[in-house]
Ligand binder design. Sequence first.
Ligand SMILES: [Ca+2]
Ligand SMILES: [Ca+2]
Ligand SMILES: [Ca+2]
Ligand SMILES: [Ca+2]
Length: 264
Amino acid sequence: MIVHPHKWRIAVLAAALLFVVQPSRGLVMDWSSVSWTPGSLTNSYDIDSNNPGNDITIAFSGNTWALTNYWGENSPFITTTNQGGYQNDSALMFAMDYTAKYQGITVTVTFNYSNGVYLDSFQLFDIDRGASVGGGRYYWTDWIRNIWGTTTNGTIVAATLTNLGTYVQRIGTGTNASLIGTGTANNTSDQGNATIVFNQVGIQSFQYTYTTYSNSQSNPSEQHVQLYDFNYRPVPEIGVAWAPLGVLAVGLAVHQWRRRRAAA
Ligand SMILES: [Ca+2]
Ligand SMILES: [Ca+2]
Ligand SMILES: [Ca+2]
Ligand SMILES: [Ca+2]
């Protein structure tokens, strides 16, 4: 059978378009199904069999000496201590005992995907504040700042902060937007929750710094925040999909040019 060239081109175009519109796969980083050696500062996870090797790396940097032992476990560790309103679900706990305000740790989550990922959301639990010590000061005030995504070409993306708990207040805008605690959250409640998204911009990594706000006492008491599960989708390999389309476009252009020449 002789396939008409026009039909052949339509078939290739249809195949290429199918590849482009193929929905990306949704994945969940679930703290209930991974392990983290208590006190270790970086771990990588292979949760996506379609992506070779490890897919996610989580690393702690900054004043990591302030990570402290909480009820017999060295931070960071996986626990159900703060549940964010999700009954007995696990999250990654970091208990900190800073010696001065503005000391902090930075948590960086890197996605080992060449085109990056769409982070559908990530959530923090227990962003809150201790009781008053007088003079407008508190035992501690959790402060989450420098909440940034980084694209595959290194551009910093501002976060959108949603679903804030009763005791969470947003201050600042854009890349300066941050979250502070305004009351003491119940450990099992969502009073200290925040959901963080990057508005479907493809990112290679995201990060935030956990520190103590200006209204803390000068030597803050022990304080805690937890990182909950997060959902993401790999950015599709558009480059691969568009390559045959590009060849097709050049082929069509040459074909049209030849037709026009032949007709002239
Ligand atoms: Ca879970
Ligand atoms: Ca993998
Ligand atoms: Ca302290
Ligand atoms: Ca807290």
